[in-house]
Design a protein around this ligand. Structure first.
Ligand SMILES: Nc1ncnc2c1ncn2[C@@H]1O[C@H](COP(=O)(O)OP(=O)(O)OP(=O)(O)O)[C@@H](O)[C@H]1O
Ligand SMILES: [Mg+2]
Length: 340
């Protein structure tokens, strides 16, 4: 059996806006392997959430457009299958946890009824058995007074409690993959740590997690591999240890330098100077070039593709292969002339 659970190939998606087309995901490819925790990191606005929502077809259309790509789950393309089939997978084999629990919870229904509904949607069990299963999950996610909470409405719970309920709802169908988008940013630091610890402990043995975050500290604490996203593209992919020890992309080095914990300093180090380019009219060549301390002329002309630098470790940077960059740029110019 293949180790790959979900294979995303050349995903492209964006939004038609008054100012132009915002291409938020521009040719992103990656795979999630059975049982692993894969971190997707990058600055605010780089396209992390749109990547997750696009592959589950949860973007509002219009204004969103999925322009291309495939998302193969057990060999079946989530982007091409009938929507009814995808609905059975969402919340079943693929669980979702979002930053704001109220997007996943219905304000009008009791917690217990929501758990029962989810359980019966994905399993042939009686109402009583589903209620018992729901209660069991509330206990597993450490919700105090679980039996009593079953009859509460979401608004009667604190933010941290609601997050636990959402975790129970996502894990109850025993998903093979959980997509967690900044699941704890709205919570205080202690509860954040508890939620992650829970997620990793109570998920089934081979449940994979795609964890979206802008916090390298979280990646360090919980991920097996990490993918770094910059301006709608992937800049670096690799095992966590390799990316932290030998970051291959200058942007990754910037993210790590801005991370206080590794350096044992209380003060946060300065962020990478400059800002994310426009996704309506991104700069030609490498999108990080305007902020990159290593950028040469060629970087502004020719975009680097991901290339291997070590086993399982890839970077999209010309550093170290400048001759190749120049050659490609020359070819590009020659082609440009040929066309005219
Ligand atoms: N409905 C929309 N209409 C137009 N543009 C959008 C829409 N939703 C997202 N975008 C744009 O898509 C880009 C990527 O957004 P996305 O939400 O994926 O960022 P992110 O990496 O998840 O950031 P954050 O860390 O803040 O959550 C941004 O430029 C954003 O402004
Ligand atoms: Mg986001």
């Amino acid at each position: 059996m293949s180790d790959v659970l979900l294979s995303v190939e050349e995903l492209r998606a964006g939004f038609a806006t008054a100012g132009g087309f915002v291409r938020a995901v521009d040719g992103v490819s990656f795979e999630i392997r059975r049982g692993e925790v894969l971190g997707l990191v990058g600055e605010s606005g780089c396209g992390k959430t749109v990547t997750a929502l696009a592959l589950l077809r949860l973007l509002p259309r219009p204004p969103a457009v999925i322009e291309g790509g495939r998302a193969l789950f057990h060999g079946q393309d989530l982007l091409a299958m009938p929507i009814a089939e995808l609905r059975r997978i969402r919340g079943g084999k693929i669980g979702m946890i979002f930053q704001e629990p109220m997007t996943a919870l219905s304000p009008l229904h009791r917690i217990g009824d929501q758990l029962v509904e989810t359980a019966r949607l994905h399993r042939e069990i009686s109402g009583a058995a589903a209620w018992a299963l729901g209660l069991d999950w509330l206990k597993r996610v450490g919700l105090p007074d679980a039996a009593q909470r079953m009859t509460d409405y979401p608004h009667q719970l604190s933010g941290g409690m609601r997050q636990r309920v959402m975790l129970a709802l996502a894990l109850l169908p025993e998903p093979e993959l959980v997509i967690a988008d900044e699941p704890t940013t709205a919570l205080d630091v202690t509860i954040q740590a508890q939620i992650f610890e829970l997620l990793l402990r109570v998920r089934g043995g081979d449940t994979a997690v795609l964890l979206i975050t802008h916090d390298m500290g979280v990646v360090w604490d919980v991920c097996d591999r990490v993918h770094v996203m910059y301006a709608a593209r992937l800049a670096e992919k690799g095992p966590k240890a390799a990316v932290f020890d030998r970051p291959a992309h200058p942007y990754t080095r910037g993210l790590l330098a801005a991370m206080p914990r590794l350096h044992g300093k209380a003060e946060r180090l300065p962020d990478i100077p400059g800002q994310l380019p426009s996704l309506i009219a991104p700069p030609p060549g490498c999108r990080f070039a305007p902020r990159c301390p290593l950028a040469r002329d060629v970087c502004r002309r020719r975009a680097p593709r991901l290339r291997p630098v070590a086993p399982d470790h890839e970077t999209a940077c010309w550093d170290g292969i400048w001759e190749e960059a120049e050659k490609e740029a020359r070819e590009q110019r020659a082609e440009g002339r040929g066309e005219r």
